[in-house]
Design a protein around this ligand. Structure first.
Ligand SMILES: Nc1ncnc2c1ncn2[C@@H]1O[C@H](COP(=O)(O)OP(=O)(O)O)[C@@H](O)[C@H]1O
Ligand SMILES: [Mg+2]
Length: 659
């Protein structure tokens, strides 16, 4: 065990207060009303632990932990607070703070694929069963089930059965699409397990909920960024640097509480599995890492059992024997499941006023310092900012009243917009996925799309250092109303697959599909033509044409295909396209889930006008950007395994092809 003492602050008399690493290994909780100084206190502990060479994973729900990345530049300020500048220097020199952003490229993008079961391969039967049911509960919670009621439990058991089936047969699932596929066509052995608990209606509902995960912004948390791994979070995947990593997981980039819970549960489960696979070596004791969760209340509710609560409780219980210290903070000790934190042996209590909170603490105090309960309780409501009562019976026989030291890093809120500057290019490069190029590209836009993993152009498009073009803001876009869902793709795609003479057997199968938009340009115009071949009389026909956004080729539809043509002999009013077939809805750009930076360049309306009026005798009145929803399908030949891609529009179910 490293003999480091953590320098926490000063007693009233000025004496320094330190805490041993052993105490940390038995977990610390920090309580106090909002503004009492909890986050500062916890960040002091993080600074000290990281300075001692122990990596930290910190969940940041409010954006004020990320500022650990800025060492305090003001020596005088530190001196005034009684902190030697050397502490700051040792932090700055030996610690690397990394800010991960789930489902977003603002910081270092971090993604989670809950269907990756590689982690489970080394686990005992019991641990892997627990892992599958926890993953099932986590996925069920994410897609909107209340896992405490019957429907949620049924969905959870169905998913558990499928996950166990896949793991036993080494079936790798890389997307929700594949899970949907499996659930739609269940093998008999799982069907027998699921049928008694799932009605057809419940199964339909489960499939519908899963389908929503494959669309729009929700799928970003599975697809945007580096797949989370404990090695990366703890910085064990590096070479050539001895810096200790502090990984801050910035939760504000996630839109909903379900997503935050999902992330928390996934990472705690991952961490637990990692600990099982990396126990302390014989004779080794001490801390391998610290997990810090600020404002933990929503993740540890008193009655409900979200997946993250289950995983957190397991972690609190088991972590110390694996050398993982847990540090949690909450302003509402009354709003957390108190039993679940019975494992915690050190408490740092700041100002608390409500009776509900005080009575919760009282039960814990009775166990820890039975003779001092009244005395301590009387002090708590009078504590001012930064002042705490420290209780750690294993280390100190009495409680200690102290003032937390000030930080050697800044304490402010880092907004999402500031994150891009705080992520060095070399880190971005390191955690950029090596993209796999598709073998066949049917259309240019294909290279923008990910099949499981983002391609280079997508990463570049999502690069926050490339600011979006300001002209795009608040403008509207036409989005085609679409009705083709992933589950229907199997049917819709069949006509495009090679097969035997009767078309009953298809030689290719659909492996996966990702949803995206194809950018097009819509131009409204008046076409002036002679009324008839012999007549001199002219007539004006209003019409609409669509062009490919990049090549500006004209869209035509024929034989169930959407084609693009630079030249066509057909008169413009006779061109078959989306008219009367597809309904377009006008939307504010920021309401769509399309990343407009992918367009590359801005829509040049003049250029479109010139191009069209050169082709036809038209005068263009209106030009608008259109998003055509499409499915990018990955196909594989059943025998040879050769893969190819096919793009289907999500409105008509027609194939999008260059020729
Ligand atoms: N040791 C300290 N010395 C001076 N001011 C402090 C100290 N600890 C906290 N504060 C003040 O209290 C404010 C709130 O602290 P913070 O830790 O963010 O509160 P909480 O997390 O409990 O809501 C800080 O911004 C700071 O101004
Ligand atoms: Mg706080």
């Amino acid at each position: 065990m490293k003999n480091n003492k953590l320098f926490l602050g000063f007693r009233e008399e000025g004496e320094t207060v330190t805490l041993s690493m052993e105490s940390l290994q038995k977990h610390i909780a920090c309580f106090g009303a909002s503004g009492s100084g909890k986050t500062v206190a916890c960040k002091v502990i993080v600074e000290e632990v990281a300075r001692a060479g122990i990596p930290v994973i910190a969940f940041d729900p409010q954006g004020d932990i990320a500022s650990l990345i800025h060492p305090e530049p003001d020596d005088q300020l530190l001196e005034g607070k009684g902190i030697p500048a050397g502490i700051r220097d040792s932090f700055a020199q030996s610690v690397e703070v990394v800010i991960w952003t789930p489902g977003s490229s603002k910081g270092l993008p971090l993604s989670i694929n809950p269907l990756r079961f590689e982690d489970a391969s080394g686990l005992s039967v019991e641990d892997s069963l627990r892992f599958f049911s926890a993953t099932a509960r986590n996925v069920a919670g994410l897609i909107g089930y209340d896992t405490d009621n019957d429907e949620g439990k049924a969905a959870e058991s169905a998913l558990t059965a499928v996950f166990e089936y896949c793991a036993a047969r080494h079936i790798r699932m890389s997307s929700f699409m594949e899970l949907i596929d499996l659930l739609t066509d269940l093998p008999e052995s799982i069907n027998n397990i699921i049928r008694p608990v799932m009605s057809a209606r419940l199964m339909e509902d489960l499939l519908r909920k899963l389908r929503l995960m494959t669309m729009g912004s929700r799928k970003l948390i599975f697809e945007t960024g580096y797949p989370a791994s404990v090695e990366a979070l703890l910085g064990l995947d590096r070479t050539g640097t001895s810096k200790t990593r502090v990984s801050v997981i910035y939760l504000n980039t996630l839109g909903s509480q379900e997503e935050k819970e999902f992330f928390m549960a996934s990472i705690t489960q991952m961490l637990y599995n990692w600990l099982l696979n990396n126990p302390l070596k014989k004779g080794q004791d001490g801390l391998q890492a610290l997990l810090y969760i600020d404002e933990i209340a929503p993740y540890l509710p008193p009655v409900k059992m979200p997946a993250c609560k289950e995983s957190l409780m397991l972690l609190f219980k088991q972590a110390r024997k694996y050398g993982l210290g847990c540090l949690i903070a909450t302003q509402n000790p009354g709003d957390i499941d108190y039993k679940s934190i019975a494992q915690i042996s050190t408490y740092c209590i700041g100002n608390l006023k409500t009776n509900q909170d005080l009575s919760k603490i009282e039960t814990r105090l009775e166990a820890m310092a039975p003779l001092r309960v009244k005395e301590i309780l009387s002090q708590i409501p009078a504590l001012t900012k930064g002042n705490f009562v420290l209780l750690s019976p294993d280390e100190f026989s009495n409680e200690i009243k102290f003032r937390i030291r000030w930080l050697v890093t800044r304490h402010d809120v880092i907004s999402e917009d500031q994150l891009s500057e705080l992520t060095p290019e070399e880190l971005r490069n390191k955690y950029k996925l090596t993209p796999k190029k598709p073998e066949i590209q049917t259309r240019e836009s294909f290279s923008d799309n990910s099949f499981g993993q983002p391609f280079e152009s997508e990463m570049a498009a999502a690069d926050p250092t490339k600011k979006p073009t300001p002209e795009y803001d608040n403008e509207t876009v036409l989005v085609a109303d679409h009705a083709l869902f992933e589950a229907d793709l199997y049917k819709k795609i069949r006509p495009y697959l090679p097969g035997n003479f009767f078309g009953l057997i298809k030689y290719e199968k659909l492996m996966s599909a990702t949803f995206d938009y194809l950018p097009l340009i819509r131009a409204d115009m008046i076409y002036t033509r002679r009324k008839s071949w012999f007549s001199k009389q002219m007539e004006e026909l209003p019409l609409t044409l669509y062009l490919d956004y990049r090549s500006m080729e004209i869209v035509t539809i024929s034989k169930r295909s959407i084609r693009f043509k630079a030249m066509t002999k057909i008169e413009p009013h006779k061109i078959e396209d989306f008219d009367n077939k597809v309904h377009f809805i006008e939307e504010k750009r920021d309401k769509t889930d399309y990343d407009f930076r992918k367009l590359g360049r801005k829509l040049d309306k003049e250029e479109v006008k010139t191009l069209l009026s050169r082709k036809y005798n038209v005068s263009v009145s209106n030009i608008q950007l259109v998003l055509l929803p499409v499915w990018n399908c990955q196909l594989a030949h059943r025998k040879s395994g050769t893969q190819r891609k096919l793009q289907l529009d999500a409105c008509l179910g027609f194939c999008v092809s260059k020729q």
